[in-house]
Design a protein around this ligand. Structure first.
Ligand code: ADP
Ligand code: MG
Length: 729
């Protein structure tokens, strides 16, 4: 058989960019075209129903059956006008990605015919056969009933002929089996806690919203090349592959002009995303060859999470249409930058104040400092948990590699904010503010002009960096559901704000002035959370040492990092805030450990298979050719001369023999280690065994294969090489 690799390389070179037809309308005109948003609600719902829905969305009012029926009626009318025949409850199970089960609208009309129907009941609740979604044992398989319930705060949208209804997914006994349910609870908790704290500064604040703006990084690989790499196909990353002679050292890809085929893909993706109401704004090349980024304008966190999930699936679809595969894996290529998903996060009030942005008056600045410091308090106290929230078998390859945030959570504040906090901490309290008679409080809190804030000295190595009017949680993985990080972060900050308020109130009760009480507690907290602040180089070995001294979590093993979810402090926080119960946390950890094990297990199998069926046979074939050559030399020349002439070949023959035998031995050990690990019943222990005994063996095998790639005849090598995967587009 002809070498598939060369066939797909040839085909890839011939592919032309698709002609993407731009709609005749301007983007603002087709934005949200496929979304049942407020504008559509206004048009398709009776006025009283519309008002009730707005109350449900904005203020969390209860949705009664009658209203649901009326909403469903308006919705189906709109849907039919858009050629929709089916509907689905769209939810986010604990596996990656989203799940959907499509039903059509048709029902018997009782007279032998069919009608199309969609009631409020179907809109609001469904019972998908959920037995095969991971539940960590909460819902035994015989009792397969989990149900999905509409989340009216995230609008319904259309994909092809299907009406997609964002829902939460919970077990029959009420435990969350998804990401959305706990996310909504965490957002509620931070809203309540932050609103309370806002009242010190502005009693009219009614609501605090958590904002999320994600930046999604990804790779594109030609689909033909992709399909010739069983490892990419089955695990999402290359399990072998020697560095390309050129990779990203020239930095010529970053922000460079976008290759044509990719540009067509991006245009297509962006148009479809806008129709779905995803406010895509930025697209560009990333650091690594064939790596790109897309980012929308930030939105309310729950909606932003849904939009990210939707965009990831859209991306995969659109990529295929353009002859690409989108790789969302955090580390598809060894030695090349991985992909992250920076989560830009902030809090803002219903009357338009960005709580993480510096203010113009001393009072506004005190509020700013309050939210900064209490954010840091939450991140400090739960730094281990936050790391757990972004950790996965796949992201583990990216973190701590020298181009991604290190596997230690710390926060970069920049020079100006650091100076401000130092000033508040160290200044004499009497100097900090004086009671200025009638004018009331005079605070000596220097103003930070927003534009000047450290936009330039961005610390790339910081996992949680302050960037002017928000924090950027950079440790989040490209493949992850942002909800995981957002649940932990919003809950941690909610808890810190609750504690803050308790202490300030206690001082006020004792007769202390409000501002003075706030400053006093802040000064204490600035000291307490200092260990989380780090503006230095997160890649250095000294940082690991220093972070250990500071008591930060420096654990590197993924399954052990998950343990942080079950720390006393984590359980207490989640339970107190009503975000998750201990039972839910335990169940979810079972799922995390199991998923981890399965991923490594699949990788190990694929690596074993590729080693034995692709690499060793090809290397041996090449070795035989060389042996023939050596024999032939001996047939014509005297032995001495022949051997001298064949010296290089003999060396390679030996090297191949040694390397293939090491690989074979490695694969055997890998299989045996798996057998041992598979006998462990406890998911936690099993995951640790996979991490400790199986992963390192895979590295050894890969090392040998990559060396073979360098010596085996290029024309025999079966797998597309890094240079092909990374530079053809
Ligand atoms: P970068 O320079 O890091 O690439 P961008 O300006 O592209 O940053 O913004 C990244 C994301 O941050 C965008 O989604 C943007 O809307 C979002 N963002 C900007 N300000 C805020 C904020 N205050 N809160 C949350 N997200 C924000
Ligand atoms: Mg950014």
């Amino acid at each position: 058989m002809a070498n598939l690799r060369f066939q797909v390389v040839e085909e890839a070179f011939q592919k032309k960019p698709l002609d993407v037809k731009a709609p005749s309308e301007r983007p603002y005109e087709y934005f949200g075209k496929k979304v049942f948003n407020r504008e559509k609600m206004y048009k398709y719902l009776p006025k009283d129903v519309y008002e009730k829905m707005i109350d449900v969305i904005d203020n969390g009012a209860r949705l009664d059956r009658k209203v649901a029926d009326a909403v469903a009626a308006g919705m189906i009318q709109w849907a039919k006008e858009n050629g929709v025949t089916h509907y689905t409850h769209w939810f986010q199970p604990l596996t990656e990605g989203t799940a959907e089960k499509h039903d059509s609208f048709i029902e018997h009309d009782g007279k032998g015919g069919m009608v199309e129907e969609f009631s409020g009941k179907l809109l609001v609740q469904q019972e998908p056969d959920a037995s095969s979604f991971p539940s960590g044992g909460i819902r035994a398989t015989f009792e397969a009933r989990g149900y999905s319930a509409w989340d009216p705060t995230s609008p319904v949208f259309i994909i092809d002929d299907t009406l997609c209804i964002p829902t939460i997914f919970i077990s029959y006994t009420g435990e969350a089996l998804d990401y959305k349910a706990p996310l909504l609870r965490a957002l509620h908790a931070v809203n309540v806690a932050a609103t309370d704290v806002c009242h010190y500064f502005d009693p009219t604040v009614k609501k605090v919203t958590s904002n999320l703006g994600w930046e999604q990084e990804y790779f594109l690989v030609d689909e033909g090349l992709y399909s010739a790499r069983p490892d990419l196909l089955l695990t999402g990353r290359t399990l072998m592959g020697h560095d390309s002679a050129k990779n990203q050292q020239m930095d010529d890809h970053y922000f460079g002009s976008i290759p044509e085929r990719v540009a067509a893909f991006m245009r297509d993706l962006e148009m479809q995303a806008l129709e779905l109401g995803i406010p895509c704004k930025t697209r560009h090349n990333e650091v690594a060859p064939n790596q790109f980024e897309v980012a929308p304008i930030f939105e309310e966190t729950n909606l932003a999470v849904d939009h990210n999930m939707l965009l990831m699936s859209l991306m995969k679809r659109v990529a295929r249409k353009h002859g690409f595969r989108a790789l969302l894996h955090e580390k598809p290529f060894d030695g090349i930058n991985g992909s992250g998903k920076h989560n830009n996060w902030s809090l803002s009030t219903d009357n338009g104040v960005l709580l993480h942005a510096p203010g113009k008056t001393p009072e506004a600045n005190l509020r700013f400092v309050t939210f900064i410091v209490e954010t840091l308090m939450g991140v400090y106290k739960h730094n281990g948990l936050l790391k757990a929230s972004i950790m996965s078998a796949t992201n583990a390859h990216r973190l701590g590699a020298n181009e991604a945030p290190p596997a230690i959570i710390s926060s970069f504040l920049g020079k100006q904010l650091t100076e401000l906090l130092d000033h508040i901490e160290l200044a004499d309290k009497d100097d900090l503010f004086t009671m200025a008679g009638k004018q009331g409080m005079k605070l000596d809190i220097p103003e930070i002009p927003e534009l000047l804030i450290d936009n330039t000295d961005r610390n790339r190595t910081s996992p949680f960096a302050f960037t002017g009017n928000r924090f950027e949680f950079r440790a989040v993985g490209s493949e992850a559901n942002c909800a995981s990080a957002m649940i932990a972060l919003n809950a941690a900050v909610a808890e810190a704000l609750v504690n803050f308020k308790k202490r300030v109130d206690a001082l006020i009760e004792k007769g202390e002035d409000k501002t003075s009480a706030i400053v006093e507690v802040l000064r204490e907290d600035i000291k307490t959370c200092k260990p989380i602040r780090f503006d230095g180089n997160g890649y250095s070995d000294e940082w690991i040492e220093e972070a250990t001294k500071r008591g930060l979590d420096v654990e590197k093993s993924c399954p052990k990092i998950f343990e942080r979810y079950l720390d006393k402090a984590s359980i207490e926080m989640f339970e107190k805030l009503g975000v998750m119960s201990k039972k839910e946390l335990e169940a979810r950890n079972e799922v995390k450990w199991e998923t981890y094990t399965k991923k490594i297990q699949i990788e190990a199998r694929v690596l074993g298979d590729l080693s034995m069926n692709h690499i060793i046979p090809v290397a041996t074939q090449y070795q035989s050719k060389l042996l023939d050559n050596v024999q032939n030399m001996r047939a014509i020349f005297p032995v001495d001369k022949a051997d001298k002439l064949s010296a290089r070949n003999i060396k390679i023959i030996e090297e191949i023999a040694e390397r293939t035998s090491t690989i074979e031995k490695g694969v055997e050990e890998l299989v045996n280690a798996r057998k041992v690990a598979n006998k462990i019943a406890d998911e936690h222990e099993k995951a640790i065994a996979y991490h400790d005994t199986i992963e390192p063996k895979m590295d050894t095998i890969r090392y040998q294969i990559d060396k073979l790639e360098l010596i085996v005849d290029d024309t025999c090598w079966p797998l597309p090489k890094y240079r092909e995967l990374l530079f053809i587009r």
